[in-house]
Design a protein around this ligand. Sequence first.
Ligand SMILES: [Ca+2]
Ligand SMILES: [Ca+2]
Length: 107
Amino acid sequence: MVSAWRSSPATPPGEGSASSRPRTAGHGNFNGDGKVDIADAREMVEVIVGTSMADTNLDKKVDIMDLGNLANKCGLPGTFSDGDTEGNGRVDILDLGNLANDYGKTY
Ligand SMILES: [Ca+2]
Ligand SMILES: [Ca+2]
């Protein structure tokens, strides 16, 4: 029997949904494109966890805790959990903008 992700008629070629793509998540390559990068972080946070990239502590709320994470590293190199919401390797005004866009939301 062919596995479901290969035989789904609702998915056009090249446009597989997150749940239909083969995964090698054990290596951090959540979206199956062979690279470990911000796209994998987005896949993990938005699709698998189901929250915002601005939710730096993954508690499904964008709130003062996330702002605190960002404020602690603002202007410095950082990771997602430090507040780097768009993956440029720095906690900066772009991240503050992302956090402001989703501030107060729950997921
Ligand atoms: Ca949060
Ligand atoms: Ca950033």
